[in-house]
Design a binder for this molecule. Structure first.
Ligand code: SAM
Ligand code: SF4
Length: 326
């Protein structure tokens, strides 16, 4: 079954957030202090999250990404993942993590059926990493990547949020990680999640990121796979891995969008940047799976053609990436 939105895009990808909590405080995602925690009762139970995942697969979702907050801090995540992995018709179960808990958990995640990991890593320098995450220890993440390798995961996708004057000097270093290892590095334009007056000065447009890499390496375009989303992918000529840019701010993005989101409180969202969304909780009150399926179809039906964020607009709607799941 195919799920097609009003603009002819095939929607086959659900990002499912299991918590808003996190063991880091990345400056671009959360305030340093005073993070308002959702009450335990506001977070959907694993049973409800599972029912949403199953209903989504029944109507045409083929890939589910588990995200957060930091998904690995929620107790009981491994058996939950094993249940999701067993949903008939689901072709890919992947997870996005900051990597801190992978040293202990990578082997169990692999056994549970997670097929691939995206690891967020914004600096290869311990001091810059600490400054961005406020509390993080880079070595833990590097150990986590090694643990994922040892557990038999395919080489990870590494997501780097590029910020001018903070870590943009490391773009070429990250690109070079793909030369010897068949990993994927994706450069994400910094988005105005928190309300900052000067956010545009932090965003490095994807074009500039590619130009910087091209200054020392020849890039060739890479064909998109079945689940490819809005990333534009390239390979350094002769490299084992690939790299890509996600240009949510500077454009060329929405036409290829294949995703919907559900937050840990049960809000279904058709677009990261839209205030539109609706609460799935009332649809979880009945045990009839068709009602939940129809609710999910509705969210696909109202998916906008493109997001309203403009690189030139100073005013914007602040939102919490940790609550939505990125
Ligand atoms: N804690 C996990 C992690 O960091 O990978 C999963 C949740 S995190 C909200 C998902 C993704 O959103 C991460 O790759 C993170 O870098 C990205 N993200 C968060 N805030 C962002 C922002 N302001 N601009 C661009 N990407 C952002
Ligand atoms: Fe936590 Fe991920 Fe947000 Fe960083 S980006 S604060 S690791 S949820």
């Amino acid at each position: 079954m195919e799920l097609i939105d009003s603009f002819g895009r095939r929607i086959n990808y659900l990002r499912l957030s299991v918590t808003d909590r996190c063991n880091l405080r990345c400056s671009y995602c959360m305030p340093a202090e005073g993070v308002e925690k959702l009450a335990h009762g506001d977070i959907l139970s694993y049973e409800d999250l599972f029912r949403i995942a199953r209903a989504a697969v029944a109507i045409g979702i083929e890939k589910i990404r588990i995200t957060g907050g930091e998904p690995l801090v929620r107790k009981g995540i491994v058996p939950f993942l094993a249940r999701i992995a067993a949903i008939e018709g689901l072709r890919q179960l992947v997870l996005t993590t900051n990597g801190l808990l992978l040293p202990e958990m990578a082997a169990d995640l692999r056994s549970a059926g997670v097929q691939r990991l995206n690891i967020s890593l914004d600096s290869l320098r311990a001091d810059t990493f600490r400054a961005i995450t406020r509390i993080g220890d880079l070595q833990r993440v590097l150990d986590g990547i090694a643990a994922a390798d040892a557990a038999g995961f395919p080489p990870p996708k590494i997501n780097m949020v590029v910020m001018r004057g903070i870590n943009d000097g490391e773009v070429a270093d990250f690109a070079r990680l793909t030369i010897d290892r068949p990993c994927t590095v994706r450069f994400i334009e910094y988005m105005p999640a928190t309300r900052e007056d000067n956010w545009q000065s932090l965003t490095v447009p994807g074009r500039e990121i590619l130009d910087r890499i091209s200054a020392s390496h020849e890039l060739e375009p890479v064909e998109k796979g079945a689940f490819a989303g809005p990333s534009r992918d390239f390979r350094i000529r002769g490299a084992a891995g690939t790299l890509g840019v996600i240009t949510a701010v500077s454009g060329h993005f929405c036409g290829d969008c294949n995703r919907v989101r559900v937050t840990s409180t049960g809000m279904a969202k058709s677009c990261l940047f839209s205030d539109e969304g609706f609460d799935l909780r009332p649809f979880l009150e009945t045990s009839d799976p068709i009602i939940l399926q129809e609710a999910l179809r509705r969210i696909v039906g109202v998916k906008p053609e493109r997001h309203g964020m403009s690189a030139y607009k100073a005013e914007h709607q602040a939102f919490s990436m940790a609550k939505i799941g990125g």
